[in-house]
Ligand binder design. Structure first.
Ligand code: PLP
Length: 359
């Protein structure tokens, strides 16, 4: 029996992608060789990389003003690479602090320039997306985390400013259309909504580069990877291949536009299950900020002792990965692009049955 996978990351991928990836490990395109044992400079892999880049351009409507890169070091390396490549020591960048990932990005960026926290929801353990703050026009960039994987909040609208935005979109890339032109840079670790762990996608507007005075180590310089088409050194061949397959799948579904109603319908199943429940409640205080990718919820105070019992009930119903992050507690259902509605319904059913038994 297939397990319903609610893991926050590494996370669910489409079943068809898993099957194609498994076949390519055995025999890549009938070549008699595995995808795991071919050169990154061989024609078949160069074609994979080119298709991956072109699918990013196509799916998100990324113009040629931007470079599309596949890098190693995860989204976490982008926390420092962004500032290192874009911000001079005497320049200032604004950060919106909506959780653990933003906090880490701020810490790393401080090594390279002046960082101001424009807004933060730390006062309530990041239960909402800040609104109504000023953005000085002279900032070099404004950094935000589009979807807060841990806390289950998501920017439904990006801040209104002419300052270029830089966004960590690790957990909602390809889940919706984006106003890419407003961004100086978008980055995402693959392992939430795009592919297996081991690669990060970076979409960089080329004209924001080349303006810092510091010496940037070769491997940490975006220009190196632009000049060498993400193959300065050996790129993560298999994660790029599987990410490409997932992007093909998104395209077959109708692209990122089609992901929106699909994701909304799925999220509604879970959020209705939370809101209609006598024993569960949501974690996000401003419901407009609720993430379509990670739904967080807890047991109401008088039912808090049932934490382990609900985990056991979820496991018995083949729902895996529902435990909340330790900094939030409770439960988290990660319902990325590839999660079918039937899995969301399976979890909603366990929640309802559990409530009927214990309320
Ligand atoms: C998971 C995650 C990260 C960390 O990604 P790594 O690839 O492990 O470095 C960063 N930001 C967000 C929003 C995430 O969800």
């Amino acid at each position: 029996m297939k397990v319903h996978n609610f893991s926050a990351g590494p996370a669910i991928l489409p079943a068809s992608v898993m099957a194609e990836a498994a076949e390519a490990v055995r025999d890549f395109n009938g070549s008699g060789l595995s995808i795991l044992e071919i050169s990154h400079r061989s024609k078949p892999f160069v074609a994979v990389l080119e298709e991956a880049v072109s699918l990013v351009h196509e799916l998100l409507g990324v113009s040629d003003d931007y470079a599309v890169l596949f890098l190693t070091g995860g989204a976490s390396s982008q926390f420092y690479m962004t500032a290192m490549n874009i911000l001079n020591d005497n320049e200032t960048a604004g950060y919106i602090n909506t959780g653990a990932w933003s906090t880490k990005a701020i810490k790393e960026a401080k090594n390279f320039g002046n960082i101001v926290e424009l807004a933060s929801s730390k006062d309530t353990n990041f239960s909402y997306i800040p609104k109504g703050y000023d953005i000085p026009a002279d900032l070099k960039y404004v950094h935000l985390t589009s979807n807060n994987t841990i806390f289950g909040t998501q920017f439904q609208e990006f801040p209104a400013t002419d300052v270029p935005l830089i966004a960590d979109m690790s957990s909602d890339i390809f889940s919706r259309p984006l106003p890419v032109d407003r961004f100086g840079m978008i980055y995402a670790g693959a392992q939430k909504n795009m592919g297996p762990a081991g690669v990060a996608l970076a979409i960089v507007r080329k004209d924001i580069l080349g303006k810092v005075e510091r010496t940037i180590p070769t491997m940490l310089n975006y220009q190196t990877h632009i000049d060498k088409n993400s193959s300065f050194n050996t790129p993560p061949v298999f994660p790029i291949f599987v990410s490409m397959l997932t992007m093909r799948w998104v395209k077959e579904q109708g692209g990122v536009d089609a992901m929106v109603p699909h994701n909304e319908a799925k999220a509604k199943i879970i959020y209705d299950a939370i809101d209609n429940s006598p024993i569960f409640e949501g974690v996000v205080t401003d419901t407009v900020d609720r993430s379509l990718m990670n739904a967080t919820f807890v047991l109401k105070e008088q039912y808090a002792h049932l934490q382990d019992d609900f985990m056991a009930a979820a496991t018995a119903a083949n729902c895996s990965g529902v435990k909340g992050h330790r900094s939030v507690g409770g439960f988290r259902a990660s319902i990325y692009n590839s999660m079918p509605h039937s899995s969301a319904q399976a979890l909603a059913d366990v929640m309802a049955e559990f409530a009927a038994k214990h309320a």
